[in-house]
Every structure is written in structure tokens, then in C-alpha cells.
Design a protein around this ligand. Sequence first.
Ligand SMILES: Cc1cc2nc3c(=O)[nH]c(=O)nc-3n(C[C@H](O)[C@H](O)[C@H](O)COP(=O)(O)OP(=O)(O)OC[C@H]3O[C@@H](n4cnc5c(N)ncnc54)[C@H](O)[C@@H]3O)c2cc1C
Length: 383
Amino acid sequence: MFDSLSLTRIPADDEALRAPVRAFLDKALEGVAPEVRARSWGGFDAAFSRALGERGWIGLTLPKEYGGGGRSLYARFVLVEELLRAGAPVAAHWFADRQSAPHILKFGTPAQAQFHLPRICRGEVFFCIGMSEPGSGSDLASVRTRATRNDKGWRLDGQKIWTTNAHRSHYMIALVRTSGDAGSRQKGLSQVIVDLSLPGITIRPITDLTGDAHFCEVFFDGVQLTDDALIGAEGDGWNQVTSELAYERSGPERIYSSVVLLDEWLAHLRTRREPSQRSLALAGRVLSALAVLRSLSVSVNGRLAEGESPIVEAALVKDLGTTLEQFIPEAIADALGDDPDATLPDGLARTLQYVSQIAPAFSLRGGTREVLRGMIARGLGLR
Ligand SMILES: Cc1cc2nc3c(=O)[nH]c(=O)nc-3n(C[C@H](O)[C@H](O)[C@H](O)COP(=O)(O)OP(=O)(O)OC[C@H]3O[C@@H](n4cnc5c(N)ncnc54)[C@H](O)[C@@H]3O)c2cc1C
């Protein structure tokens, strides 16, 4: 029992990356309003991503021969933690850095890696993730978008939905059906890299509750892909996509979505002469929960670094993490009610409004809470 309670520590070499990243971010984000920083991995800023690329901070774990940093997953953990803590606008390069690039390295041909990875590392090209479709979100195995072989390669027809930043990305890695039909489920699925500038593609952004338009509907109407668009083996798309999701679910981004709000609130609390007991207790409760979650997230990172695939543990971190992320805005709004005479700083009010409105999405993106709990129950042998 105690073995599973031992802490994984970030090696000192990797921890050393924290100071230069923090110094860069302090300067780059100076004066940026908290409600803008609170968007962090929703914040799209191509110039900021290129600046990170110039410093070697995109593709940190990729081999140096492809323009990467050749560093460990721990180094990337430190980098990502600092980016999110500061509320840096990481959305442009985020998906390629986190999952598309490692995916291309793992399943792609040397030519695909040579073509895509150096440009990803320089922050020149951005990727989006084409998994969900209308009626195929949690039930991903039912996707209908089809790639049909022809003499020029593949003809792509169908529709994706909720594709984050499709309207601002250069490429999508799409899960498609290459044989069978929706009833064939996991069989007959493959993944293709789609150049989003090709004719026959229509991209329509969807505006969310906050007024931001970050995700999109994407329509494919007879899009002609070349032969080398296929990534990995034909028909192996399900296995590939499952391994991609382990990267998506375990990282620090699943615990820090409300951290800019938390910082703003703590700063406000420090200005009050007599903060309420409830506020102080809340601050302690949230910070201790965050400390435990962070340890869990570092441990999952350690398992990934060992080459394992801790799917259940990653699902646990995401479920506990998003629960805390959603609790923070609700609890802060309640606690502010204890101090009705305080003048709320504009930045705090706007950040609270934004985070409260976006919070329901925290437990949807990357797999819903209910679906993750089903996986956890299965992993524990309960179903
Ligand atoms: C902000 C945001 C960004 C996103 N970005 C992307 C992206 O870039 N690319 C992409 O492909 N997708 C993206 N998504 C889509 C996301 O992955 C899906 O919304 C999610 O998988 C749920 O699918 P759905 O919306 O079809 O809901 P449904 O699957 O229809 O689920 C509806 C409800 O039923 C519940 N439910 C469904 N099945 C079960 C079950 N078996 N057991 C118990 N409960 C169940 C769900 O938990 C949910 O509450 C994004 C979503 C959000 C909110």
C-alpha cells in the first residue's frame, strides 16, 4: 500500500528549467489582464508561440534531429506548469506540442516526421484534433467521416465538430473510417493528416457561452488527400487514437484551468484586513487539494516517462483535477459574498465571470467525466 503513496520527484536538471521560463514569462506577459491570461490554453497567439519556438520550448521532448529539445517528460511538465501558472496564450502550438508531434513521431513515416516536426518545433505550423463528430463524441468508435481509396490517394467526405482552433490551424489529424460502416465500431478506423488549405473543406467557428469562438464545425466534401496522408497503419486508427488520448488526459492542464482566478482572488484576500474564516479555510482547502493533485500528476508523468501507459491513473487525475477546477470559481463566488463591502478589483470580477462561464467545459473536453469514471471503474475491476 505504501508503495503507491511514494512521491515521484522532478529531477533537479529538469526543475532547473523553471527559472528561465519564469523569467521569460514575467516579461512577455507583463501588464496582460488576468481575464486574458485566464484563457491560457484557449488563448491563441501565433507570435507568442513562435517566440517559444525560438527558445526551443516547443517539442521539448522530441529528438534533436527533428528540431526538438531531446529533453525528458519531466522537463516538459515544468515548462507546461509555468506556462499555465502564468496564463500564457499557448493554444496555437499546444495541440501539436502535446499530442500531434509525439503521435507523428510514434506512428508516422520518417518522411512525415521530417516534414512536420521541425516546423512544429519552430512554432510555424499549428495542428488541431479531429475526433468528435455529431453523434460521435463519447461514442468515438461510431465516427462516420470516410476516407475512400482512389487512384490519387484518399477522398475524404464527412464532418467533424468541436474541433478546437480548426479555423486557425494548418493541419488536422482526423480519425476516419477507411472500411466498414459506423456499425463496424473500432474496426476499419484509420488516421489521416489533413492539410486544411485543401479545396472542399469548409470550417465554421462556433461561439461559446463566453462569446469566444475557439472550436469549429469542419466539413469535408470530396477532399482529395495524397497517399502519404495516412498516418500509421490502415485500420489501426482505434489503437492509435487511444494512445493519443493518454497524452491528452494526464498533463498539468487538467488541474490548472482556474489557477489565474485563484491567484487573483488570493491577491485580493491579502488586501483585506480581516478576511472571513470561510475564505481562509477555502484558501487552505484549495491549495492542499492542488498540492495533492500536482503530486498525482507528476507521478502519472513519471509513469509515462517510464514508457508505461497509465490510462486509469490519467483518467483519475483528469476527473479529480476538473472537479477542483470547477469547484474553484463556484467557491470563490460564494466566499466573496462574505465580504459585501469590499470593492472587487475589475480584473478579479472579469476573471471570475469568464472562468465561471467556461468551467462546464472543463469536464467535457478530452472525454467527459462520466466516461472517465466508467474507465476508472473498469480499471478497478468494478464493471
Ligand atoms: C471546450 C471543448 C473543446 C473540445 N475540443 C475538441 C477537439 O479539439 N477535437 C475533438 O475531436 N473534440 C473536441 N471536443 C469535443 C469533446 O471531446 C466532446 O464534447 C466529448 O467527448 C463529449 O462528446 P459529445 O459532446 O458528443 O457528448 P455525448 O457523448 O453525446 O455525451 C452527452 C452526455 O452523455 C454522457 N454519456 C455519454 N456516453 C456515456 C456513457 N457511456 N456512460 C455515461 N454517460 C455517458 C456524457 O458524459 C455527457 O454528459 C471539445 C469539447 C469541448 C467542450
